[in-house]
Write a protein that binds this ligand. Structure first.
Ligand SMILES: Cc1cc2nc3c(=O)[nH]c(=O)nc-3n(C[C@H](O)[C@H](O)[C@H](O)COP(=O)(O)OP(=O)(O)OC[C@H]3O[C@@H](n4cnc5c(N)ncnc54)[C@H](O)[C@@H]3O)c2cc1C
Length: 411
């Protein structure tokens, strides 16, 4: 039997709570303490830009586990920001200067929104969405205005645009590049998402760089470099995020677009693990390091870290998967879509679902689907399994919407 250990976790999001739960399943007696800096019982973030913003779900409906979780699992939760870590002497220091010693440490500090930098006075007026407090601030302000501009046409910006539109707001989305949601989404799919926003009345400005923002009384005048002017009463920034690693600058922890970890969630420092958005982990299937910001990944990595910290050697092999909901459309992405030889298309419209499969060496490496809710989920799930099994696929079956994909799994 393992001797009793002191396990500390920095961060109280998805990866943390699933790691603690998994650890406890495998080690009933060692102590676990989670440090969070949000004054809330851990909750899911995806509803913040969707159902919560549209008043369709309340906070208590998207908590990870019941409020008794900590007592029931003998997990200690301390609501304190951690300010520094001494890896050599194995302790954390909280903002109020208290020391907490550990035997094993898990870092799950997530990611932080990238800030728009225009001009100091204007920058302070821009809203962001990462946590419940920010979602409440956006809801309150949005209820007082009619016109809202969103800087950034990525997943979160577009979900906010969809939710606020459904609250009868007039929304402008300003995107610097020539397509929505970045290069990982095939442009025909990004264009269908754009058309859905426009059909519902949102104005999407592509190739649009902001030249200046002027505040006039309680409103803003946004001047684009193409001389187009957008007048708005509220600005929300959605220009991506960066891993939350500032705590570890100048430490022994190896950082490179997040905290570098191996397939066992181990970092470069002994007995220190990382999981979720903050980790740039080695994926044995893709044979390279990857950093992901997705719900399923944070959960699965938390579980994997919990196992490894409890002494059960477990490789992290999950195939990446994420989704986004905008208006009536559901977008799903699995695997990696950045290194392929050809794309095979399945379906032609969102009513029946459209999927682009990314193929390398006759195997699927990634897939991106868009359709009315329920139209692409099953095939994307099958694609994830085919990626995991590295199955040689039959391209004719893949491209024919009338043929089911299940038989490919039996190969
Ligand atoms: C608005 C929104 C919508 C999303 N929608 C989707 C979606 O539709 N589909 C999808 O797949 N993914 C979605 N995601 C992404 C998904 O929620 C994240 O990938 C996931 O929450 C990451 O979990 P995590 O545990 O790694 O980090 P987080 O959940 O971000 O948790 C990190 C926690 O650590 C805390 N922390 C940081 N530093 C310290 C410190 N020094 N001391 C103490 N605590 C600290 C943070 O405050 C935070 O509470 C969305 C994210 C957001 C913000």
């Amino acid at each position: 039997m393992n001797s009793l250990k002191k396990i500390l976790i920095i961060g109280s999001g998805q990866a943390a709570i699933y790691a603690a739960s998994e650890f406890r399943k495998n080690d009933k007696y060692s102590s676990i303490t989670i440090f969070g800096n949000e004054n809330h019982h851990p909750y899911e973030r995806p509803p913040l830009s969707k159902e919560f913003l549209m008043d369709k779900k309340k906070k208590d409906e998207f908590l990870f586990f019941s409020k008794n979780f900590f007592d029931d699992h003998n997990v200690c939760f301390i609501n304190k920001k951690i300010d520094s870590v001494d890896f050599k002497n194995k302790y954390l220091i909280s903002f109020d200067n208290k020391k907490y010693f550990y035997d094993k440490l898990l870092i799950t500090t997530g990611s932080t929104n990238r800030k728009v930098e225009i001009d100091k006075e204007i920058d302070n007026e821009i809203y962001y969405l990462r946590n419940l407090d920010e979602a409440n601030k956006i809801k309150k302000k949005a209820s007082e205005v009619n016109n809202i501009a969103i800087i950034g046409g990525g997943f979160i910006g577009l979900e906010i645009a969809s939710s606020l539109n459904q609250q009868n707001k007039s929304v402008n989305v300003i995107e610097i590049s020539n397509q929505l949601m970045g290069r990982i989404i095939p442009s025909p799919i990004a264009n269908l998402v754009k058309a859905e926003h426009e059909k519902n009345g949102n104005k999407i400005h592509l190739d649009s760089k902001i030249k200046s923002i002027e505040k006039i009384n309680d409103a803003f005048k946004i001047l684009l470099e193409n001389d187009h002017i957008i007048e708005t009463e509220m600005i929300i920034g959605g220009i991506g995020s960066i891993p939350t690693t500032d705590l570890f600058n100048n430490s022994d922890l190896e950082l490179k677009n997040g905290i570098l970890t191996n397939k066992y969630n181990q970092t470069s420092v002994e007995n220190v693990y990382a999981a979720g958005d903050v980790s740039n982990f080695y994926h044995p299937l893709y044979k390279k390091n990857i950093r992901l910001e997705s719900y399923q990944h944070a959960q699965n990595q938390g579980i994997n870290a919990g196992k490894n910290i409890a002494g059960i050697k477990s490789e992290y092999l999950s195939v990446p998967w994420m989704w986004s909901d905008q208006f009536d459309l559901n977008l799903q992405l699995t695997g990696l879509c950045d290194d392929y030889h050809e794309i095979i298309e399945r379906g032609v419209d969102t009513e029946n679902g459209i999927i682009h499969f990314f193929i390398k060496d006759d195997k699927i490496v990634g897939a991106c689907g868009l359709g009315l809710v329920g139209k692409v989920g099953r095939d994307i799930r099958i694609a994830s399994k085919l990626i995991e099994k590295q199955t040689i696929i039959d391209k004719k079956i893949l491209s024919d919407l009338n043929q089911k994909l299940n038989p490919l799994l039996k190969k």
